[in-house]
Design a protein around this ligand. Structure first.
Ligand code: SF4
Length: 75
């Protein structure tokens, strides 16, 4: 079955918690880049980048590593 994009897991970034130090961008270089202030942003320009199944393990690792609990996967 093909997964509808709108139902694919997405990475939510809570910028109200984030301090913009960017460790998540180092763990997810293909998904996240940093804006001019250092805050993570999706390379695709999406507010909540889609998490490919093949990246799920790396994304989960970045979520756990975020010191300010600013990342979560939204299913
Ligand atoms: S690891 Fe967390 S606090 Fe640090 S830049 Fe990423 S989202 Fe922000």
């Amino acid at each position: 079955m093909t997964r509808n994009r709108s139902h694919a897991p997405r990475l939510h970034i809570d910028w109200t918690r984030c301090d913009g130090r960017g460790s998540c961008t180092e763990l997810l270089p293909h998904t996240l880049d940093r804006d001019e202030w250092g805050y993570p942003m999706a390379r695709t320009g999406e507010r909540e980048p889609t998490v490919a199944e093949s990246d799920r393990r790396h994304v989960n690792r970045a979520v756990k590593a975020c010191p300010l609990l600013a990342l979560r996967v939204v299913d």
